[in-house]
Design a protein around this ligand. Structure first.
Ligand code: ARG
Length: 462
């Protein structure tokens, strides 16, 4: 018998039950549902709808249920449609008659919205923490090869030499924006829907502000219909994860390239690579490929939920039950990828000689010659044209750009630009890749990491 069987004459058909039940995936919400229910009954007692003794009995039953879940011995009854009904049913078994008062002035609509917010609020901190750890892993990977450089690319064509730390920090900045976005989302979603009832509130004397306070929410909902139908926070979380996933995918693609024989810029540790079942020599960067591959499901989960939400009339509709599986899936997988990729970067050996050799390609000095001409008063577009002609000569004759410059009277004075690392050393514009701006960037990066680490600590503690 379900908890709402009063107005029905027959039980639910098995096919509808199989479609409708969500316990099979929403049982992971047990801790946050119990948390929400404890605050709810605390609110009922403060409003005079439960006595002190009744509250104690219910709280003791809820503690026992939580312990049963923690120990993995909670037994689902055949009529438990979802985690919310399972907990209320069991609390009523344990607490007796008073259990029948638990759901006073509450609907599963405000209950599930509350539970899912509490769950997501914690999960965002976990994702943010794992993202920050990847930022640290990137920094550590750079610190292992101080001063190392590699070609920077545009269009995957060698463009200008860049410091390894500069390159890895570019990824770190994108991940720091992700952490910031997760925490902004957390702040925005920190509003309690508890007390909205089915959709319109209740005639009973409850105070949503009280339960909001008990649950550490910033404030209670302002509009009960919005409270039960709003899943913006799930969509935002899925977007935040999709964005992280896109960043991780780009990093994964880069690691695949770097660890190929063709690039030979890096190898991953044996503990972060896989072999081939057939080809004995293979050492594959599967971790990077999975980081790239998982982005598809993150985008899919976001897209799926947005389509589910589109066109729903106010207020609660059962379609909203479809919010959970994509959310759980994205949360679980993004944490898996973040952890494995952090380990992969920590295991990375950067092949300094090979990367620097590629970056010492004389063509990469072309822009520096043009900029020297600019310093001497030549308008940039003319300087570009002049150096372009030198490049064309090098290409057509097969003589290196360095030797073409050395052999020409007009340009021979620029020959020292071809000294190893010279172009990089001279680069000084703020935020650019040279040793001088690198100091300022490192300080800024450090500052943002500190600030976000503190924000994470403070907000998860409050
Ligand atoms: N399992 C449901 C969900 O995830 C709970 C809410 C059901 N509410 C209802 N009125 N049928 O949305």
């Amino acid at each position: 018998m379900t908890l709402w069987s009063g107005r029905f004459t027959t039980s639910m058909d098995a096919t509808l039950w199989n479609l409708s039940e969500s316990y099979s995936f929403d049982h992971v919400l047990y801790h946050h549902d119990i948390m929400g229910t404890k605050a709810h009954v605390g609110g009922l007692q403060r409003s005079g709808l439960l006595s002190e003794g009744e509250l104690e009995e219910i709280l003791a039953a809820l503690d026992q249920i939580e312990a049963e879940f923690d120990r993995g011995v909670f037994v689902r009854s055949g009529s438990d449609e979802d985690i919310h009904m399972a907990i209320e049913r069991r609390a009523t078994e344990l607490a007796g008659d008073v259990g029948a008062k638990i759901h006073t002035s509450r609907s599963r609509n405000d209950q599930v919205a509350t539970t899912l917010r509490l769950f997501t609020r914690d999960a965002l901190v976990e994702v943010a923490g794992a993202t920050l750890d990847l930022v640290r892993a990137l920094q550590e990977a750079g610190e292992k090869s101080p001063g190392a450089y590699l070609p920077g690319y545009t269009h995957l064509q060698r463009a200008q030499p860049v410091l390894l730390t500069h390159h890895l920090s570019a990824h770190a900045w994108s991940l720091l924006r992700d952490v910031d976005r997760l925490m902004d989302n957390r702040d925005r979603m920190n509003v309690s829907p508890l007390g909205a009832g089915a959709l319109a509130g209740t005639s009973l004397p409850i105070q949503p502000a009280t339960t909001a306070g008990l649950l550490g929410f910033k404030e209670p909902f302002a509009n009960s219909m919005d409270a039960v139908s709003d899943r913006d926070f799930v969509a935002e979380t899925l977007f935040d994860i999709a964005m992280i996933g896109i960043h991780l995918s780009r990093m994964g693609e880069e690691l695949v390239l770097w660890t190929s024989a063709e690039f030979n810029f890096a190898t991953l540790g044996d503990d972060f690579t896989t072999g081939s079942s057939m080809l004995p020599q293979k050492k594959n960067s599967d971790v990077a490929e999975l980081a790239r591959g998982k982005s598809g499901r993150f985008v899919g989960n976001l897209t799926g939920l947005l389509v589910t939400l589109k066109g729903l009339p106010l207020s609660y509709n059962r379609d909203l039950q479809e919010d959970k599986e994509p959310l759980f899936d994205s949360l679980r997988n993004v944490v898996l990828v973040l952890a494995a990729l952090s380990g992969a970067y920590r295991s990375l050996t950067f092949h300094v000689a090979s990367a620097e050799e590629a970056a010492n390609d004389p063509f990469l000095v072309a822009i520096d010659i043009a900029e020297k001409l600019v310093e001497e008063g030549v308008p940039f577009r003319r300087a570009h044209e002049e150096v372009g002609k030198l490049v064309a000569e090098a290409v057509s004759t097969g003589v290196s750009l360095r030797d073409v410059v050395a052999a020409s009277e007009r340009y021979a004075r620029f020959i020292e630009l071809f000294e190893i690392g010279a172009a990089l050393r001279q680069r000084r514009s703020p935020g650019g890749s040279g040793p001088v701006p690198a100091i300022e960037q490192a300080q800024r990066l450090h500052g943002v990491i500190e600030q976000l680490t503190k924000r994470l600590r403070d907000e998860s503690a409050s």
